[in-house]
Design a protein around this ligand. Structure first.
Ligand SMILES: Nc1c(NC[C@H](O)[C@H](O)[C@H](O)CO)[nH]c(=O)[nH]c1=O
Ligand SMILES: CC(=O)[C@@H](O)COP(=O)(O)O
Length: 168
């Protein structure tokens, strides 16, 4: 289902694990900062709604979405106690093919981080044709992709915890 058919902010709290003991990182791109700040707030609010402690949320900023790869990698290395990381960015189509390379690079880079490290990285990068599409998905008429990413982060943190339990 396309985003237009759903609200990105809606979720069933009954399906969300108790997140009070989880610790999360959020790496935020400064490009299109009005959009990325909206995405960050959406994620932050969902974490607090699910009992995550403010002191258990660490935020770093990076210049652009392409730098999310390095920023998330260094956060994985620096904070081994984190249960999940969210990469927040907004890439908007310009006049050239740069959009394609940034989007593909970030996608592949974050995919690689999920393969190479034990800390999951959630993909919260809007890759939109227009600024209006970004506005609509960062707290506008289609809800907030940041909220969706926080729900995914909590669920993946629980999956990681369960997997560790069964491994021991
Ligand atoms: N055009 C957008 C960019 N471009 C910048 C790159 O992400 C990167 O910072 C630069 O190429 C230097 O390595 N970044 C976005 O996040 N959003 C855009 O729309
Ligand atoms: C995604 C980008 O880097 C892009 O917004 C830059 O714009 P342009 O393709 O017009 O140089």
């Amino acid at each position: 289902m396309a985003t237009a058919g759903k609200n990105l902010s809606e979720y069933n709290k009954e399906t969300i694990p108790n997140a009070k003991d989880f610790r999360f990182g959020i790496v935020v791109s400064e490009w299109n900062s009005k959009i990325t700040e909206g995405l960050f707030q959406g994620a932050f609010d969902v974490f607090l709604e699910n009992n995550v402690l403010k002191e258990n949320i660490v935020r770093w900023n990076v210049p652009g979405s392409f730098e999310l790869i390095y920023g998330c990698k260094k956060m994985q290395e620096s904070f081994e106690m984190l249960d999940a990381i969210i990469a927040v960015g907004n890439v908007i189509q310009g006049e050239t093919k740069h959009f394609d390379f940034v989007c593909d690079g970030v996608t592949q880079g974050i995919k690689d981080l999920n393969i190479q490290s034990d800390i999951p990285v959630i993909f919260c990068v809007l890759t939109d044709n227009t600024k209006q599409q970004s506005i609509d998905r960062s707290g506008g008429k289609h809800g907030n992709k940041g909220a969706e990413a926080a729900v995914a982060a909590i669920k993946m943190a629980q999956l990681r915890k369960d997997a560790t339990f069964y491994k021991e």
